[in-house]
Ligand binder design. Structure first.
Ligand code: BMA
Length: 416
């Protein structure tokens, strides 16, 4: 409507164009194209200037995604699920199925995928997901308008152990370290994976699927080799900054939105900000002010009452929303969930109602629950989204039906 009116007003159009140009952060030299890497869209999207990404050459689609997420603040939150299309609690091998869709009729709005094992040249990730198939699922989700986020439980380049192996590693893989080249080679496997995420739109333009990239997560916990106690704060920051600079500036990846995600269980709410900023890489290297919070939603080791936990969830979300607001970034509950969903009415009682109770917590842009492990193959019960017949399935439908919560079938266009 507005644009149509402006079309008949040349002066208004000129004014609009000049303010867009003035607003353009396009003074820096063109990005260095990586050898062999086909890089699209060096120019920032002309129509979106509300927010800046750490990558000033982010592709138009990537910037649009970020700004569209920002635009939903306070009105909607995307619901996400890890490995949603790959397997479910009672099924595996279907190429187009999801426990979330079995229950609600829609796929999640956000798909989480995990790279652990890619760096070793494995065909499948640490949870048995085939990487080629993962690329297909990523493309399928994107083509339906869904949003993609990727994490990486990387094996240690020093010990060869998995990410829970606490062998000190970080100091050796940052610039100047004896295993720095191994880190580069590991990151190169993601560059190659990303090459498989190029798509051509209806107009014949090639671009890369925007990805919310969430490396080195939960670093304030001590359970990963990049975590507190296993790496110094300074080395962690160097690792994060190198990762961004390498992928963005050296390899020319311009489809990444960088998400930082400490763990709530190691944050004291009384000093939220100082704890949250433990080893923070800096505003120039972070786009999403994230938080992994299993603690306040029924974590087995949390002895606080349900009401105290709800208050903790709200306070922690307020904390990230405030941090994001000051920095003109977006906040997100990057991981959450109640393993095996033993809490009655979990979705409304422990997630939706607390988030909607005040104005601040509801400014988060997305939440994601972790995976529904296939119980037969993994010989374990681990799931965070309900499956058909699961005790919280009905409550999940109520959650799904609430206008605040967006699933894939309800998403507005996120890439324009
Ligand atoms: C963990 C668990 C593990 C899994 C890992 C990586 O939290 O789900 O079973 O291997 O994430 O996805």
């Amino acid at each position: 409507m507005l644009l149509t009116r402006l079309n008949f007003r040349p002066v208004a159009v000129l004014l609009m164009m000049s303010s867009l140009l003035l607003g353009c952060d396009n003074q820096a030299p063109a990005p260095k194209a990586a050898p062999g890497a086909t890089v699209t869209a060096a120019e920032p999207a002309a129509t979106h200037h509300a927010h800046k990404l750490t990558d000033k050459f982010a592709s138009a689609e990537t910037l649009a995604l970020y700004n569209n997420l920002a635009g939903l603040r306070g009105k909607h939150m995307l619901f996400g699920h890890e490995d949603s299309l790959a397997y479910g609690v009672n099924w595996e091998g279907d190429l187009d199925r999801s426990d979330v869709r079995d229950v609600t009729g829609s796929n999640p709005a956000l798909y989480g995928w995990e790279l652990g094992g890619l760096e070793l040249g494995h065909e499948k990730n640490l949870d048995g997901v085939n990487f080629k198939q993962m690329q297909e699922w990523i493309k399928a989700g994107y083509s339906r308008g869904g949003v993609i986020t990727i994490s990486w439980h990387m094996y240690s380049p020093v010990s060869g152990g998995n990410s829970w192996d606490k062998t000190p590693t970080v100091h050796d893989i940052i610039p100047g370290g004896s295993k720095h080249d191994t880190l580069k080679a590991y990151l190169d496997t993601f560059v190659a994976f990303n090459e498989g995420l190029a798509v051509t739109d209806a107009a014949g333009k090639k671009h890369y699927i925007p990805i919310i990239f969430r490396p080195w997560h939960e670093h304030n916990g001590d359970w990963f080799w990049w975590g507190k106690g296993n790496a110094s704060e300074q080395d962690y920051i160097a690792l994060w900054q190198f990762t961004v600079k390498y992928l963005r500036d050296e390899k020319g990846l311009h489809n990444l939105i960088y998400a930082y995600s400490p763990d709530r269980s190691r944050i004291d709410l009384a000093k939220f900000e100082s704890d949250y900023f433990f080893a923070y890489p800096g505003d120039e290297y972070v786009d999403v002010i994230g938080l992994d919070n299993y603690w306040d939603v029924g974590h087995g080791s949390n002895t606080a009452s349900a009401d105290e936990q709800k208050a903790g969830l709200v306070a922690s979300l307020k904390g990230i929303v405030k941090i994001a607001q000051v920095r003109n970034k977006i906040a997100a509950l990057t991981e959450t969930g109640n393993n095996r969903l033993t809490i009655p009415n979990f979705w409304t009682e422990r997630i939706l109602n607390p988030i909607l109770a005040g104005e601040e917590a509801q400014q988060i842009t997305y939440m994601m629950v972790w995976r529904n492990a296939n119980s037969e193959r993994e010989k374990s019960e681990q799931f965070f989204a309900p499956y058909t017949g699961q005790a919280t399935a009905e409550d999940f439908k109520t959650f799904f039906a609430h206008p605040y919560v967006l699933f894939e079938s309800e998403l507005p266009k996120m890439y324009q």
